[in-house]
Design a protein around this ligand. Structure first.
Ligand SMILES: C[S@@+](CC[C@H](N)C(=O)[O-])C[C@H]1O[C@@H](n2cnc3c(N)ncnc32)[C@H](O)[C@@H]1O
Length: 224
């Protein structure tokens, strides 16, 4: 019954591609993904490919639905984990597939890679995504409230709409302590990986790469 496999491919390094993801790609007659994701499966892809871009997403999903209707196996590659700010949401919203036609192959999220890098036990962390302009005033206020609770916050910024710099400025204006400890993890698992630590005040003046996860650390005073 499964018509589409949405395959999590990890944050970037082939070391974080699971055997389950590889199997799903090897058995697919159609593999759809961004070039960066397809590159992780050189040698595994036996079927046709569609290179996903910002402009052809709808067309690619329609091709996926068409192939699946003919009985072909389709693998749609989603960076990190498909269920966190990933393509699962896009597929569910597309109206092209029923829930029972969807199989999700979980992947290592950039959120997990970030928590691991900073040795954060993330069961009590609050997670946010502002990726792709998902930044309403309400969302910002929820973030502001989350910071005031003193829990660790791990978030995906948006390099244009709500960058680490913009977030730091917003939080300072909303009353957060300028010396609140923050981190940005760039290019996790990749050779260019960089972990930058500082304070909200320092980050309010800095720019970071687009492939970034930001952490706002619980302050000692609040987390005690
Ligand atoms: C469309 S979202 C996909 C998130 C993905 N589903 C996940 O679970 O990591 C893309 C955002 O994820 C973050 N991201 C993905 N890979 C990353 C990496 N290797 N290092 C840092 N951030 C990454 C960045 O914030 C990027 O803008």
């Amino acid at each position: 019954m499964v018509k589409i496999n949405i395959v999590g491919v990890g944050p970037g390094s082939p070391d974080y591609v699971t055997p389950a993801a590889r199997k799903a790609v090897q058995s697919a007659q159609l593999v759809i993904g961004a070039q960066r994701s397809l590159n992780l499966f050189t040698g595994d892809i036996k079927g046709e490919t569609i290179v996903l871009t910002a402009k052809n997403l709808r067309n690619a999903l329609e091709s996926a639905a068409g192939s699946a209707a003919k009985g072909f196996e389709v693998a749609l590659l989603s960076t990190g984990d498909p269920g966190f700010s990933g393509l699962l949401h896009t597929v569910l919203e597309s109206g092209l597939f029923n829930i029972e036609e969807i199989n999700v192959v979980p992947g290592v999220s950039s959120i997990q890679a970030c928590a691991a890098k900073l040795a954060i036990s993330w069961d009590n962390a609050l997670l946010f995504t502002f990726h792709e302009g998902n930044v309403t005033d309400d969302e910002k206020q929820v973030l502001d409230f989350a910071v005031s609770t003193g829990q660790d916050i791990i978030l995906l910024p948006d390099s244009k709409a709500f960058s680490p710099r913009g977030i730091s400025n917003y939080l300072i204006k909303s009353g957060a302590g300028k010396d609140t400890p923050v981190y940005v993890c760039e290019n996790l698992t990749l050779p260019e990986e960089k972990i930058i630590s500082g304070t909200l005040e320092e980050f309010s003046k800095r720019t970071f790469g687009s492939l970034s996860v930001m952490v706002i650390k619980a302050t000692e005073k609040l987390s005690e």
